[in-house]
Structure formats: C-alpha cells, structure tokens
Design a protein around this ligand. Structure first.
Ligand SMILES: Nc1ncnc2c1ncn2[C@@H]1O[C@H](COP(=O)(O)OP(=O)(O)OP(=O)(O)O)[C@@H](O)[C@H]1O
Ligand SMILES: [Mg+2]
Length: 331
C-alpha cells in the first residue's frame, strides 16, 4: 500500500541542512494498523508528512521516494512522491498532530465538510444532498448530525478529534495517517478515540498508520510497528513479537521501562538523551546510550536488515544469539 524506498530528508536551516530521515526502506501493507513509535523529536511527524507528500520548505527530500498504490472499487491506482497530493481524501487522508487546531474555530462544521469533499465526488448532488450523506455518516459513527451546525470552539477536545477523524474517513480512503491522535486527551476519551479508529479500520479494511510516543497505544491497537530512533528505524515487525521478544537494545529498554500489572520491581528508564540531529554521533546513533555497545558500534552505522522473517533491526549484533558483553565499552 505504501512503499518507502531509500528515503532521506532534511530541513534547511540557517546553520545548514539538518538530516532528519536517513535512508528508510520499509512497507506498510493493506488492511493493517501500522504504528510508529519513538521519543519526541525522532522524526515521526516528519515521516508522516513525507508519506502524505507535504514537502514544504524547509523540508526537502534528499533521495528516495514514497509510492502509494493499491486498488479501490476494483480500480488500481499508483502515486509517488510529488503526485500523492492528487490522491488526498480519496486514497489517503491525514489527521495532523494537534489536529484540534486544523478546524477553523469560527466556521460551522458543515462548511468544513463541504470544503473537504472534492467536486468530482459530489456526483452532481445539491449541497443538501451532500450534507445528508455527511449527516448519515456521522450517525453511523454515533455522532449527532446536529454537530454540522456547530462551531468547533463549542466542542470538547475529544469531540473535535472525533469530528476530524470523521472528516478524514468520510471518503473511505485506502490509507488514514493519524499523528498522535490521542495525546492531550484524558484516558477515557483516549480509549473512545482508539476504539473509533479501530472500528473504522475494521469496517473499511483499509490501512491505518498511527503515530504515538505511547507504547501502550501500540500494544493495544497496532498489528505491526516501527520504532524510530534519531531519524531512522531501530526495529520493525509484528507488534506482539516486538513486545514478546524485542531485538534492538533500544526497544528492549523502551519495553523494560513500561509498568506492568502485578510486577513491583523498579522500572529502569533509559539513561541519557537522544543525540542532537545537528551533530549525530558516528556509527550507531544509539551507541552512546547502549549498555552493549562495543568499539564497532561507535564507528560503523548498522544496516537495517531482516533479522528473522518479517523482523527488521538496525543493530550489528541482532540475530547473533547471546551477545558477548565482555568487550562492551561501558563494562
Ligand atoms: N521546520 C523545521 N525546521 C527545522 N527543523 C525541524 C523543523 N521541523 C522539525 N524539525 C526537526 O526535526 C526533528 C524531528 O521532528 P518531528 O516533528 O518529526 O519529531 P516527532 O518525532 O514528531 O516529535 P514529537 O514526538 O515531539 O511530535 C526535530 O529534531 C525537529 O527539531
Ligand atoms: Mg510529532
């Protein structure tokens, strides 16, 4: 459905180009919920923007591309970076981070729905007929059709997020990209939003890409996931397998830091901070924080490779069985 090939991007700044995504190669399949995890600033939003083809200054593609392809109503389609905009709403839609602010607070929701439906999809309908379709869709999602007459500022944060998701899914796109859809909402509302996204994905049998820094969200919702560290993937594979048996030391530490019911042992956080993207360390970017790092890790960039069927990791020692820590820099 989405294929990312040798993708590298950077932001132009007054101090020079800052590379934010490095040489990404991966695929997101049809009919799956794919998660993107990682600490703040690792590049999750940048990646979603590139998937959605919002490559506006200062962001630029240095190399590689994204290909969006599949089939809708029996008709095959294929778009690549630079053309993906032509597929907006119909084949791919985007719920941006802090989506609450994408709605114009002083325009009634019905105008915002009408503006998002391309002319060709109105099928010669009158405005009333189109709004009737929207009202029916809102009711299917257990939302009141009266919302259409409301202004966004009249709605709670959770309700606004539901409306944005309704807007993003109204045209049954093949792919829905959601950036931190539940951040800044309380736990009960978060759960409702996640259930809504999961239900829509089940009904549409489409592809949902969920960005979240919250590993709990990935555990509950996603089928496969990628864990980003400093602009590229440390690990990627089936979510249940990653939680069961994480391969990359960064993933191991992320999962080790999660609280578990019935386990009173102290959780160990990850020491140190992610490297500045303006001055990344040579070799593996996780090496300065990795308890297993050896000299090679500080010199040679590990390849992102398939360690087991469907499991990818960027670590020199992945898949080598027991790691020999006697040479570890930190030991
Ligand atoms: N317009 C910009 N100009 C320069 N650098 C930028 C710009 N936007 C983002 N960056 C840098 O790119 C890096 C990745 O940012 P991005 O927003 O993709 O991270 P993120 O993983 O989504 O973080 P968060 O979890 O906080 O949302 C950050 O270091 C950020 O400073
Ligand atoms: Mg972000």
């Amino acid at each position: 459905m989405l294929k990312v090939e040798n993708l590298s991007t950077s932001y132009k700044t007054i101090d020079g180009d800052v590379q934010v995504l490095q040489n990404l190669n991966f695929e997101i399949y049809e009919n799956e919920i794919f998660g993107i995890a990682g600490e703040s600033g690792c590049g999750k939003t940048t990646l979603l923007k590139v998937l959605y083809d919002i490559i506006d200054f200062p962001l630029q593609i240095e190399q590689g591309r994204v290909v969006l392809s599949g089939e809708k109503n029996g008709k095959p389609f294929s778009y690549e970076s630079g053309r993906i905009r032509d597929a907006w709403w119909k084949h791919i839609s985007y719920v941006p981070q802090a989506a609450q602010s994408v709605l114009n607070p002083i325009t009634r929701l019905k105008s915002q729905f009408l503006d998002s439906i391309p002319e060709e999809d109105r099928k010669n309908e009158t405005e009333e007929e189109t709004l009737k379709r929207v009202a029916d869709y809102l009711e299917e999602l257990s939302l009141s059709k009266d919302l259409l007459d409301a202004f966004p500022f009249q709605l709670s944060g959770g309700m606004r997020q539901r409306v944005i998701i309704a807007l993003a899914t109204f045209m049954s796109p093949n792919v829905v990209l959601a950036d931190e859809p539940t951040t800044a909402l309380d736990v009960v509302v978060q759960r409702g939003i996640l259930m809504m996204l999961m239900r829509l994905q089940r009904e549409l049998k489409n592809t949902l890409v969920v960005v979240s820094h919250d590993m709990g969200v990935h555990y509950q919702v996603t089928t496969r996931m990628g864990i980003m560290y400093s602009g590229s993937f440390a690990e990627l594979g089936r979510t249940d397998e990653i939680f069961e048996d994480p391969i990359h030391p960064y993933t191991q530490m992320l999962i080790g830091a999660l609280p578990r019911v019935g386990d009173s042992r102290a959780r160990v956080g990850i020491p140190g901070r992610p490297p500045a993207l303006t001055d990344p360390p040579p070799g593996c970017r996780f090496a300065p924080r990795c308890p297993h790092a050896v000299k090679r890790c500080t010199e040679e960039i590990p390849e992102f490779r398939e360690v087991r069927p469907g499991r990818f990791a960027a670590c020199h020692f992945a898949g080598e069985g027991e790691r020999d820590d006697t040479e570890a820099v930190g030991s």
